[in-house]
Structure formats: C-alpha cells, structure tokens
Ligand binder design. Structure first.
Ligand code: KIV
Ligand code: NA
Length: 278
C-alpha cells in the first residue's frame, strides 16, 4: 500500500469516500494503525494528555512533537503523517513559525503540519504552504485555547458562533490548507462547513456530515487509567483492562514461581535467541 497524498485526500472527498484518521505517538501504535489500514496518522499534541500525563496540551513542546513524530515516522512508512504544531510554536512571528515548522518536518519526519485557529492564523498558514508544507487547519474546540474558551464546550451553538466558524474555515481554505479538523462542533454546522468547502473536513465530535473522522488512539482502545467516557468517542477494545489483568497475572506468577517455566529457561544445549527485542 502506498502513502496517500493531499491530492488523494481531496479525491476521496470528491468521491464521497470517508477519510479515516487516528492519532499515534510511538512505533507500535503507528505500526498497528498502518497495518489496520488507517488513511492518515496524526501525531497530535493530545500526546500531552494521553502519554505524558499533562492536564492540557499547553505544556507540549516542539521537542516533544519531534521525539514522538520520529518514532511514528519510523513505523508508518506508507501512511500520510500529520504532526501538530504545539502551543505558541506558531502565530507569534512568521520567523518562529517557519523555524518550528522546519524542525518538525526535518527532524520529526511528518508530511504535513496541523495548526489550531482560523482567520487570525491564515497568514501563517499561507507562509507554510508557500514554503512547501501541507497544512491542516483545526477549528471548533481548539484545546490549546481551552482557558480562553472556558472549558471543553461544544462550539457552533449560536448563529454568531456558527457564522464565525464558517468564515474561519473559508479563510483557511483560501490560505491553502489541504484539510480542516472540526472538533466538538454541532452536526448541522459541521455539515454546512463540509458542504461549503472544497477541501475535506475531518470531524471529532462533529457529526456525520464531515468528510472524515479522527479519534485518539488511547480513546478508542480505552488505553488509560482512569478511563473517562466521552460522548463523541466509540471504544473498540478495552486495552486498559487487558493490560491491568495481564500485569496482575505476571506479578502473581512471579510471586508463586510459576514464571519462568521450563520453556523460558536456557540449558547448556539451548539455542540462543535470534534477537533480544523485536
Ligand atoms: O491532538 C490531537 O489528537 C488532535 C485531534 C483530536 C484532532 O488534535
Ligand atoms: Na491537537
């Protein structure tokens, strides 16, 4: 299977083929997502919450994104990889935006970058696109602005808010974005934006009218503790419970000396393992 391009994604929208996007933050998660046939992998700054244990995405740094993107890029050699630009790594000045973008592209190995915000960052988006970097927008509930928004609230509920979202989406498309994530947006508003745009929208908690859907790896797998249910997430496995009970079994078998057993130990006649890892 070949890595998709931004042109393939546009064609998918035109052909009404839904685009599947999942986050991944390291080698095994990216490898498994690619093997499962995901269209796009997002190295989201949600890694701050789900793998680094922060309360918000605000503490995530460019170096964090680079570190995680590198491991994803080593695994997903045939999948289109988008990396998030973290909090204030863009939008402060044109120069810092371009330098941070260069670092994530060169050292992280992503094929595209995602930025939160609308018309106010359109000139940054334009500069990145002119530099040859595909840019994904992100509107609605933008977690880097959680304190400004006053919490994780559904967006687009008022006429004014809906109109602002539409204007921002059109501004991002005009600036050259190849796609836009819509997060926690009411279904009718996300559908109207998807209808109005040529480029594909990728929804998360934004309903059925979007051109694709994105969820967080650890959410669909319940790979966290504690696990919080979210209305917009569907879980497809309960990896958290699986891991906890597996580790309990390991602890128990070490304590009771059931592990290691005969098949796990080396005798003078035993062959050496072919590798220690992998
Ligand atoms: O960081 C992230 O995982 C994201 C998605 C939820 C869109 O931005
Ligand atoms: Na993000």
């Amino acid at each position: 299977r070949k890595r998709l391009t931004i042109h393939n994604l546009l064609k998918m929208k035109q052909g009404r083929n839904a685009i599947s996007v999942l986050t991944a933050y390291d080698y095994p998660s990216a490898k498994l997502a690619e093997e499962a046939g995901i269209d796009v992998i997002l190295v989201g700054d949600s890694l701050g919450n789900v793998v680094l244990g922060y309360e918000t995405t605000i503490p995530v740094t460019v170096d964090d994104i680079v570190y995680h993107s590198r491991s994803v890029a080593r695994a997903a050699t045939n999948t289109f990889i988008v990396a998030d630009m973290p909090f204030l790594s863009y939008g402060a000045s044109r120069e810092t935006t371009l330098l941070n973008a260069a670092k994530i592209m060169q050292q992280g190995g992503a094929q595209a970058l995602k930025l939160e915000g609308g018309a106010e960052i359109a000139s940054d988006v334009e500069a990145l696109v002119q530099a040859g970097i595909p840019v994904m927008g992100h509107l609605g509930l933008t977690p880097q602005s959680v304190h400004q928004l006053g919490g994780y609230k559904v967006q687009g509920k008022t006429e004014k808010d809906a109109q602002k979202l539409m204007e921002d989406a059109l501004a991002l498309e005009k600036a050259g974005a190849f796609s836009i994530v819509l997060e926690l947006v009411t279904e009718p508003v996300a559908a109207a934006i998807s209808e109005a745009l040529t480029i594909p929208t990728i929804g998360i908690g934004a309903g059925r009218g979007c051109d694709g859907q994105v969820l967080v790896y650890h959410d669909i797998l319940q790979y966290s503790s504690p696990y919080f249910e979210k209305k917009f997430v569907k879980t497809y496995a309960d990896i958290g419970s699986t891991i906890r009970s597996a580790v309990e079994s390991f602890v128990d078998e070490v304590k009771t000396r059931q592990f290691p057993a005969e098949e796990h130990v080396f005798q003078p006649s035993s062959a050496s393992p072919t590798s220690l890892y992998g």
